[in-house]
Write a protein that binds this ligand. Structure first.
Ligand code: GSH
Length: 209
């Protein structure tokens, strides 16, 4: 069975959403991203992945896959009938990759990551100034669309849903973009998304920040 190393409400939430949407069973291991301990057995998370970051997906053959963009596409390709990614060769597959890169680099690493990991001693002023411009891109795209790619939920939506959820604790009120606000409401109304978030919110209370 697949195994997912995750931390509650971290970017690995998108992988849990994808697995839940696809109805793929997996074993979940909580890896503490600050202490770098695997909570199950206290082992060193660096032994699972030298990156020390979630998500890590352990495949059926024991190989370990990291990086949300790769993990999410892998999950989608395990269950093509779930439609979580356009098929390889479909031009929309590149649109999916375009969004996964944008969310991972421009929203996650350029803004959410420094906001949660570094003290706000003034050094975050530039990322904070830029995030509104960054978010105006998906806001405009979603003004007349239900989903990021095509006309169905894909792993890009799982990734953006996670990022939008984290913006509030990072001090950004997405209500200023009506399209993002209603998109997030729509995504959160999906049973699989609801289930994944509820599971991780409950676990989040059990781990010290
Ligand atoms: N590029 C990676 C970033 C993964 C990442 O930064 N994960 C965070 C949680 S959201 C983490 O585990 N950070 C721990 C660390 O960087 O030490 C991806 O997209 O999966």
């Amino acid at each position: 069975m697949l195994q997912l190393y995750f931390f509650p409400m971290a970017c690995s939430l998108a992988s849990r959403i994808a697995l839940t949407e696809a109805g793929i069973e997996a074993n979940y291991h909580l890896a503490h991203i600050w202490t770098k301990k695997v909570v199950d057995d206290g082992s060193d998370f660096h032994d699972v992945s030298p990156k020390g970051a979630v998500p890590v997906l352990v495949l059926e053959n024991g190989e370990r896959l990291t990086e949300s963009a790769a993990v999410l596409q892998y999950i989608a390709d395990l269950k093509p009938e779930a439609g979580l990614a356009p098929q390889s060769g479909d031009p929309d597959r590149y649109r999916l990759q375009e969004w996964l890169s944008f969310i991972g680099a421009e929203i996650h690493k350029a803004f959410l990551f420094p906001t949660f990991w570094y003290k706000d001693d003034g050094s975050l002023a530039k990322p904070r100034a830029r995030i509104a411009q960054t978010l105006s891109v998906p806001a405009a795209h979603l003004a007349d669309r239900e989903f990021l790619v095509g006309n169905r939920f894909t792993v890009a939506d799982a990734h953006l849903t996670w990022a939008l959820l984290l913006l509030r604790p990072a001090g950004v009120d997405i209500a200023q973009w009506q399209s993002l606000r209603s998109y997030l409401e729509r995504m959160q109304a999906r049973p699989a998304v609801k289930e994944a978030i509820a599971t991780e919110m409950a676990l989040r209370k059990t781990v010290a920040a």
